[in-house]
Design a protein around this ligand. Structure first.
Ligand code: FES
Ligand code: FE2
Length: 378
């Protein structure tokens, strides 16, 4: 499958990923087994508890079940230490789920045949499994802990014990936010299913080329920003896009951002749009932070689970986000565009595309990282 995927490092000759990469179930399976196995992923919230996940597991010994990319995990706060851990929510005896709902205590007991584990995932005991049993417990009778880490108030996990530290992945982002006070509270958290492959959504976020078309006047995003100042900065793990606001009142105060964003003409930065490969968008505005995750759904390449959170930094600005930062409008326009593109992808008439060298560096970066990610040796 690797042969015809390559995305050239030279944007002037590079071709996009082929259309089949957006529609074939086999390609999605491969992405899940490669890119999404190695990446850090935001742990989704649980529908039955409105509190942010970190609050749900704040207490000693607290645990909650979560599902990450369709695979069952649970998050566990230590009993003897304060450490947060993530484990597969699958019993090592005969594979029954271990944690069916939020609970708390020094040990947990599997509902099916009573196997007991402590908060560090170690097997403790099980009826009829005596001390005289040969070769027991084996290492695999304990629960394998998965990497888990917090960034601000958000919890991330990975299926790959060799995942680079979260600090490495977020290093450039943290540097850009050094002078911004962290958002105060979470205002919204919603998960919905939207049309289109997860890569279409990520690509769209990284594509400022369409702003002057899809989000044009009257009263579009194109009016609210100084499009000519649009800047894209490519990193190893993340991309930053930023632009000056058309009206200074809509921008960050100069003292809220590092010196490098200062403008001799007095313009102010409208937003910092950070994208962390493969599927996390962090949009920082003067009102706070909008988080989007474009989560693939196993077996369904043409749909995406769209996680959308708001974290408020300034309540009064937040109330004006739709008028001044066009939060809802841009989202609706993008959803509509992507539905149209989905039809094109499936038309049987879609050749590999090309990139506008001065406008589509971030899109090129993304396509190339996907191509390299799915063809990399395990
Ligand atoms: S499946 Fe858990 S104790 Fe048997
Ligand atoms: Fe858009």
């Amino acid at each position: 499958m690797s042969d015809d995927l390559a995305v050239d490092a030279d944007i002037r000759v590079a071709e996009t990923l082929p259309a089949r990469a957006f529609v074939e179930p086999a390609f999605l399976e491969r992405e899940l087994a490669t890119i999404f196995t190695h990446a850090w992923q935001l742990l989704p919230e649980r529908g039955d508890d409105p509190r942010p996940l970190d609050e749900q597991v704040a207490a000693r010994g607290a645990r909650v079940p979560v599902s990450l990319l369709g695979r069952p995990l649970f998050v566990q706060r230590g009993w003897d230490d304060d450490t947060l851990r993530a484990f597969p929510n699958t019993c090592t005896h005969a594979w029954h789920p271990l944690v069916l709902g939020a609970s708390r205590g020094p040990t947990l007991v599997c509902p099916q045949h009573g196997r007991r584990f402590d908060c560090t995932g170690r097997f403790v005991s099980q009826p009829s499994f005596g001390k005289d049993m040969p070769n027991f417990p084996r290492e695999c009778d304990h629960l394998a802990s998965l990497p888990i880490a917090a960034w601000r108030r958000m919890l991330f996990a990975s299926f790959d014990s060799r995942a680079p530290g979260l600090g490495t992945v977020f290093g450039d982002i943290d540097a850009s936010l050094a002078k911004l006070p962290p958002p105060l509270e979470r205002a919204k958290s919603e998960v919905r299913e939207v049309a289109g492959n997860w890569k279409q959504h990520a690509w769209n976020y990284l594509d400022h080329f369409h702003i002057g078309h899809v989000h044009r006047a009257p009263h579009g995003l194109a009016d609210a920003i100084d499009l000519g100042s649009y800047t894209t900065e490519l990193g190893e793990h993340a991309v930053l896009q930023w632009v000056y606001a058309a009206r200074p009142a809509d921008g960050f105060l100069p003292e809220q951002l590092p010196e490098r964003f200062a403008d001799p003409k007095g313009r102010r930065v409208f937003a910092l749009w950070w994208f962390v490969f493969p599927n996390l968008a962090l949009s920082f505005y003067p009102w706070g932070l909008s988080v989007n995750v474009y989560q693939p759904i196993a077996g369904r390449p043409d749909a995406t689970r769209f996680i959308w959170e708001h974290w408020i930094a300034d309540r009064s600005l937040y109330a004006e986000r739709d008028q001044r930062w066009l939060d809802g409008q841009v989202d609706a326009e993008d959803v509509d565009t992507l539905a149209q593109v989905s039809r094109g992808l499936r038309s049987g008439f879609a050749p590999r595309g090309r990139f506008a060298p001065t406008e589509e560096q971030a899109a090129h970066w993304f396509h190339r990282k996907v191509a390299l990610g799915v063809t990399a040796p395990p």
